[in-house]
Design a protein around this ligand. Structure first.
Ligand code: ZN
Length: 145
């Protein structure tokens, strides 16, 4: 960046002289005639001192911030949606596992019922045999009397 200067004619020797913008409003010596000169001009707006520029830059930076924040928020929502989908998939898998377990449980329960039925049948047969045996004993006892 070139240093900002202000160029003007020396009122003493009428030669073109220049000073730094920072010197505006101060008294300097002319490098040609050595006379004192007032460095004319106003502090230049282009060099960052304008409040409007500052405000615009602040607004621009605010917009950049907002945009950045919105982008992050959208990213975050994508992330949340992704997690919800993953969670949904996991639940669906769990649901399938649960259904599989229910089927297995139902089969086990059917098996158990069969076994119980068989046990009951066996027990019934045994009870019948005991009944018949007791009846036989009673018959024999009756014969003896
Ligand atoms: Zn001069």
């Amino acid at each position: 960046m070139t240093k900002a200067t202000v160029r003007f004619e020396c009122p003493g020797c009428e030669k073109s002289i220049s000073f730094a913008v920072a010197d505006i409003g101060t008294v300097q010596e002319c490098p040609h005639c050595g006379g004192y000169v007032d460095v004319p001009g106003e502090k230049d707006d282009r060099f960052g001192n304008d409040p409007d520029d500052e405000r615009q830059r602040a607004q621009y930076e605010q917009q950049l911030d907002d945009y950045d924040r919105q982008t992050k928020e959208i990213d975050r929502q994508h992330e949340v949606t992704k997690h919800q989908q993953e969670w949904g998939n996991k639940l669906f898998e769990k649901d399938e596992e649960l259904q599989e377990l229910q089927i297995q449980l139902h089969e086990k329960w059917s098996q158990t019922q069969n076994e119980v039925d068989q046990l009951v049948a066996k027990w019934q047969a045994l009870a019948d045999r005991v009944d018949r045996f007791v009846t036989k004993l009673e018959d024999k006892a009756g014969d003896r009397e």
